[in-house]
Design a protein around this ligand. Structure first.
Ligand code: HEC
Ligand SMILES: [Cu+2]
Length: 369
């Protein structure tokens, strides 16, 4: 660690405002980022050096030894021990150095400290679910404390995904049928990108999220807020809270009637509103009421809407609290009250904004009755 640290800090550090941000690399925000950049820069600059050297020598030799009229080809040496030892031993030393740097870095990346904070991660078409020990479950937002090792235990519900946090320089495949792990220790607070880097189907490009790094005490507050905010939203505003959860559904369900992997919620809303029955794939019909919505979200395997593929809709049993489920159902029921932007996405209000709409104003409460 320490040797590599000193070299990597002194070498090639870019003069940019964000620490570690250079021509090739995003900012550095984890303990291993420096080592990864060092290995990358080392290999790159060795390659650049030899590329320039070899091409230059080649160009000089092409000119110097080109065929010229009246000049006889000379006998050349076939063997030169000193030269051969040089071009064997120097590269050998270089690849041993590269191996050493790579191996030490790899071992650091693979071996998580025992006291790490653990988060369960599920990759699903096409979103990430992060589950904290304290019960906070969130989609596409990973909240972590600064200066504390975090270990991700990851699984996939469908196909191979891969979790990548560029600023932390960590990346690991997420594979169905087994757990893979990844650890990091963030060194700075702030918000960083998180991607899926394994092509996993039509919605792959939407499988993006954020890591939010907090100071230790802010972290506890953030987790409490994550668990509890929806519990104290008034029933009258619950559909607005549902818009906050819609990011788990938007890969497959539109709100403006446009077709998708699943039925548009506009259509579902109209079925609900008109008390109509849906044709199901097994030839039966089902009335679209609260129970139908509940069943469709928690346990979609019970049946499939005609015209859609079975098994596509993720099972949300155990992933939503009762209140979250209710807010999603309210969201579909009262979709006509949700403002959409020009790309058909719902206006998402923060928990505080939603709270402000409720409570104090008797008008709002009255309108709901
Ligand atoms: C990976 C794609 C996908 C995601 C993500 C997804 N769904 Fe679905 N959903 C489907 C498909 C496909 C169907 C239709 C087939 C079926 O009934 O299983 C469906 C059907 C439904 C239905 C029945 C609709 C109707 O009009 O009859 C509801 C309700 C529903 N989904 C709610 C949700 C909610 C709420 C979320 C987010 C929390 C969600 N879905 C996320 C694919 C998805
Ligand atoms: Cu993916």
């Amino acid at each position: 660690m320490s040797v590599l640290d000193t070299i990597s800090i002194s070498s090639l550090a870019a003069a940019d405002a964000l620490p570690g941000r250079g021509f090739w690399m995003p900012e550095r925000a984890s303990t291993v980022a420096g080592d990864v950049d060092f290995a990358f820069n080392l290999i790159t600059w060795i390659s650049v050096f030899f590329f320039v050297l070899i091409v230059a020598v080649m160009a000089i030799f092409i000119v110097k030894y080109r065929r010229t009229n009246g000049r006889e080809a000379e006998q050349t040496v076939t063997h030169h021990t000193a030269l051969e030892l040089t071009w064997t031993i120097i590269p050998l030393i270089l690849v041993i150095i590269i191996f050493y740097v790579g191996m030490v870095g790899y071992l650091d990346l693979r071996t998580s400290p025992v006291d790490a904070y653990e988060v369960r991660v599920t990759g699903q078409k096409w979103f990430w679910t992060f589950e904290h020990p304290s019960g906070c479950i969130e989609v596409d937002v990973l909240r972590v404390p600064v200066n504390r090792p975090v270990r991700l235990v990851m699984g996939s519900d469908d196909v191979i995904h891969s979790l990548f946090i560029p600023a932390f320089r960590v990346k690991q495949d997420v594979v169905p049928g087994r757990y893979t792990t990844l650890w990091f220790e963030a060194t700075r607070t702030g918000t960083f990108d998180l991607f899926c880097t394994e092509y996993c189907g039509t919605g792959h490009a939407q499988m993006v999220g954020h890591v939010i790094v907090y100071d230790e005490d802010e972290f506890d507050d953030a987790l409490r807020e994550c668990r509890e905010w929806i519990e104290d939203i008034d029933d009258a505003q619950l559909h607005l809270a549902g818009a906050n959860l819609f990011n788990r559904c938007q890969a497959c369900h539109s709100l403006d009637g446009s077709p998708g992997i699943g039925p548009s919620f506009l259509e579902t809303h109209e079925y609900f509103h008109d008390r109509r029955e849906r044709d199901m794939i097994d030839g039966t019909r089902a009335l679209v009421d609260e129970n139908y919505l509940r069943q469709s979200i928690l346990n979609p395997r019970w049946n499939t809407v005609a015209g859609y593929q079975p098994g596509q809709m993720p099972v949300f049993q155990g992933q939503l609290s009762e209140r979250q489920l209710r807010s999603l159902i309210e969201f579909i029921k009262r979709l006509d009250e949700i403002e959409l932007d020009d790309r058909g996405r719902p206006q998402v209000l923060s928990p505080d904004q939603i709270r402000e709409l409720g409570g104090d104003s008797p008008n709002d409460a009255g309108a709901e009755q």
